[in-house]
Ligand binder design. Structure first.
Ligand code: NAP
Length: 242
């Protein structure tokens, strides 16, 4: 059986992606770091709608934790593999660079970039060995495309993720594994709660923040058979804000 893994699936964009993939009939593994209650809620919503979902707690930035959790899952599922991977877990620690503590620089890079590396490297061999291949979708950001003041750490991590997406797409293409990135603008989640939303909305040509479900629809498309010839792409979803 082919499973999907969504990192940071307990809240925000990851939560909406989990629900979307389950609606597409794909069993979902919901990863989270600490918010068990939120993760259980996503699982319960999926199951009550007839889908299949389970939880897998690990910190994507911790290499040992990633390996231990994925190895344990693989041991329990000897005949299954994770064919759909959505590298979504991410954090923001905004500050102008001259005031940025080491910790805020490293934690953002560790979660977004190293998290992508640890999880993807572990799952990639199995995807590449299987006839049906796989789908990898990386959650980048407008910040990684244009650079955002106050976010040198976040912009750097997301820009690096975009570079890695394009390189890995070329490594994996012949094995029927596609690798794409999604670059959302402002989306209404916990991550953007503390921002001056009324002010920022005026910058967006559509005059509103996006909804997690709108991003999930795009991720769902990139995980579907309909996107089988798309790889190495970065698709913006931002209401016209560039
Ligand atoms: P969010 O509401 O803050 O949710 C973050 C999710 O990531 C939670 O499920 C959290 O788990 C998980 N997480 C954080 N650090 C983790 C770690 N080290 N290991 C495992 N899971 C971890 O954020 P969001 O807005 O949905 O953002 C999701 C992704 O989209 C991020 O990569 C973000 O950079 C990107 N993005 C967001 C926006 C936006 O406007 N919201 C725009 C562009 C890109 P817990 O629940 O356990 O804490």
């Amino acid at each position: 059986m082919k499973y999907s893994l969504v990192t940071g699936g307990s809240r925000g964009l990851g939560r909406a992606v989990c629900i979307k993939l389950a609606q597409m009939g794909i069993p979902v593994i919901i990863n989270y770091q600490s918010n068990q209650q939120a993760a259980e809620e996503v699982r319960d919503i999926i199951i009550s709608n007839g889908g299949e979902a389970s939880l897998l707690k690990f910190n994507v930035a911790d290499k040992e934790e990633v390996s231990a959790a994925l190895e344990a899952w693989e041991k329990e599922h000897p005949n299954d593999y994770i064919a759909y991977l959505v590298n979504n877990a991410g954090i923001r620690r905004d500050n102008v660079m001259f005031m940025m503590p080491d910790e805020d620089w490293h934690s953002v890079i560790n979660t977004t970039l190293n998290g992508f590396f640890y999880v993807t490297r572990h799952l990639l061999p199995k995807m590449m060995m299987r006839k049906h291949g796989g789908r990898i979708v990386n959650m980048a950001s407008l910040s990684g495309l244009k650079g955002m003041a106050g976010q040198t750490n976040y912009s750097a991590a997301k820009a690096a993720l975009i570079g890695a997406t394009k390189a890995l797409a070329q490594e994996a293409a012949a094995r029927n594994v596609t690798v794409n990135a999604v670059a959302p603008g402002f989306i209404d989640t916990d991550m953007t709660k503390d921002l001056p939303q009324d002010e920022l909305k005026q910058l967006v040509p559509m005059k509103r923040f996006g909804k997690p479900e709108e991003v999930a629809a795009l991720v769902g498309f990139l995980c579907s058979d309909d996107s089988s010839y798309i790889t190495g792409e970065v698709i913006s979803i931002n209401g016209g804000l560039y």
